[in-house]
Ligand binder design. Structure first.
Ligand SMILES: Cc1cc2nc3c(=O)[nH]c(=O)nc-3n(C[C@H](O)[C@H](O)[C@H](O)COP(=O)(O)O)c2cc1C
Length: 219
């Protein structure tokens, strides 16, 4: 059994532009298609269910006993998931601040050695392709390397219904999603099997004091 987290990269409840939170539809679609695969479960992580509005304080900055319960619960889910789907709208040609803010709350070691899939959307004709480029660098640094195939949904407001169904061309859309989700599940299963053979931390120890631990040995 493999379990995936789908990060919903929008907290935009206001309009214009309408409709708001198209990301809900996109996340539902990802959940539906991933859950339809054998031995596969998926859960949507919605930033609106977390209180992230105070001064920025990541999970790893709290004393162990003082971590807010919901933040700690999500850290546990990230640690135990087999892979991730990162759903982002395009805002000003880059990934959504809601998604980067949410992900910045967690250390890379929770995501490391597991794959991710990039899913972008927009109301316009490019489907968030420019945002996707910035996500590759972000997700690589986070340790959950993005698979090569990506999903971009242009005019998502027309392509998807409220409940995440394709309005037209269902078969072609499912095949398009299937290519990326197939890469994600293949890599997730491969990583899981290899972890059972060898603990990756023996080759690449996690930072326990500072990211400077990875620096080249220069003055
Ligand atoms: C601040 C802001 C910036 C945007 N920038 C872009 C953009 O660069 N390219 C694009 O195609 N759409 C852009 N859009 C339109 C969004 O793709 C569209 O509103 C989408 O529905 C946003 O996703 P959401 O509803 O899940 O928040 C922008 C929207 C907002 C609110």
């Amino acid at each position: 059994m493999a379990h995936y987290l789908i990060f919903l990269g929008s907290t935009r409840t206001s309009t214009p532009p309408a409709p708001a939170r198209l990301g809900e539809r996109v996340s539902k679609t990802c959940k539906r298609l991933l859950s339809s695969l054998p031995d596969t479960t998926a859960e949507v992580i919605d930033p609106l269910t977390l209180d992230l509005n105070g001064p920025f304080k990541p999970h790893f900055a709290y004393a162990k006993k003082a971590v807010p319960t919901d933040l700690d619960a999500l850290a546990g889910k990230i640690e135990h998931a087999d892979g991730y789907v990162m759903v982002s709208p395009e805002y000003n040609h880059t990934m959504s601040p809601a998604l980067s803010h949410l992900l910045n709350h967690f250390g890379a070691s929770l995501f490391a050695f597991k794959p991710s899939a990039i899913v972008t959307y927009s109301m316009g004709q490019w489907g968030g392709a420019r945002a996707a480029v910035s996500m590759r660098a972000f997700l690589s640094e986070l340790g959950c390397l993005p698979v090569s195939a990506m999903i971009h949904i242009p005019k998502a407001q027309e392509a998807l219904s409220d409940d995440g169904q394709f309005v037209q061309e269902q078969e072609r859309w499912e095949s398009y999603f299937g290519r990326t989700l197939g890469q994600l599940t293949w890599w997730a299963e491969a990583a899981k099997a290899q972890k059972a053979e060898q603990d990756p931390a023996t080759l690449s120890p996690t930072f326990n004091t500072s990211p400077a631990q990875r620096n080249a040995p220069t003055e």
